[in-house]
Design a protein around this ligand. Structure first.
Ligand code: SF4
Ligand code: SF4
Length: 159
C-alpha cells in the first residue's frame, strides 16, 4: 500500500471513530426481503467504489469538504468508508452535486453509491428527521411543506 493511501485511510479512520462515538441506536431490520435488499445494495456499492484508486483528485471540488475540512466526508473519504460500511453521518453529508465525478479520472459514480447507501439507511429506519417530516406532510396534506390551506393564497409568493 502506498504511503499516501495509508495516511489517508488513517485520517478517515480517526474521523469515523469520532462520528461513531456520537452514534444513535439503530432499528433492526426485520424482514428477510430487507436483509436481502441491504446485502444486494452493499454489493452494488462495493462494485461502484471498488475501482477508486484514492488519488484525491475529486476532493478540491467537493463543497462539503470545503466547509467541513474532514477527510472522511470528502468524496475520497466516502469511497474508502462506504466500501467497508455505511455510516449515516457520511452518507447524509453529500449534496449529490456530482462535482467529484467530473474530476474523477476513473469515472467513479460517487452519487450512485451515496443514493444506494441512503436506501440502506431508510431500510434501517435511519432517515433524517426532516425527511420523515416531509413524508408525513405529504401523507396528511399532499404538500411536503405541510398544510397551508388556512393561509391567504394571494399573499403567498415564491422567490
Ligand atoms: S473517486 Fe475518483 S478522483 Fe476520487 S479518489 Fe477515487 S479515483 Fe480518485
Ligand atoms: S457529490 Fe457529494 S461527495 Fe461529490 S462533490 Fe458533491 S457533495 Fe462532494
Amino acid at each position: 500500500m502506498m504511503a499516501e493511501e495509508k495516511k489517508v485511510k488513517k485520517k478517515v479512520k480517526k474521523d469515523i471513530n469520532k462520528m461513531i462515538k456520537a452514534k444513535k441506536k439503530v432499528k433492526r431490520i426485520e424482514t428477510e426481503e430487507d436483509i436481502v435488499e441491504v446485502k444486494n445494495l452493499l454489493e452494488e456499492i462495493t462494485d461502484i467504489l471498488g475501482p477508486c484508486v484514492k488519488c484525491g483528485m475529486c476532493k478540491s471540488l467537493c463543497p462539503v469538504f470545503k466547509v467541513l475540512k474532514e477527510e472522511a466526508v470528502s468524496p475520497r473519504g466516502k469511497a474508502i468508508v462506504l466500501s467497508d460500511r455505511v455510516i449515516d453521518k457520511i452518507v447524509f453529508q453529500c449534496t449529490l452535486c456530482k462535482a467529484c465525478e467530473k474530476k474523477c479520472p476513473l469515472n467513479i459514480k460517487v452519487c450512485d453509491a451515496i443514493r444506494k447507501s441512503r436506501e440502506i439507511l431508510v431500510l434501517k429506519g435511519k432517515e433524517l428527521p426532516g425527511n420523515q417530516e416531509m413524508m408525513e406532510n405529504i401523507r396528511k396534506s399532499g404538500n411536503p411543506f405541510g398544510d397551508y390551506s388556512h393561509l391567504d393564497k394571494d399573499k403567498l409568493y415564491c422567490c
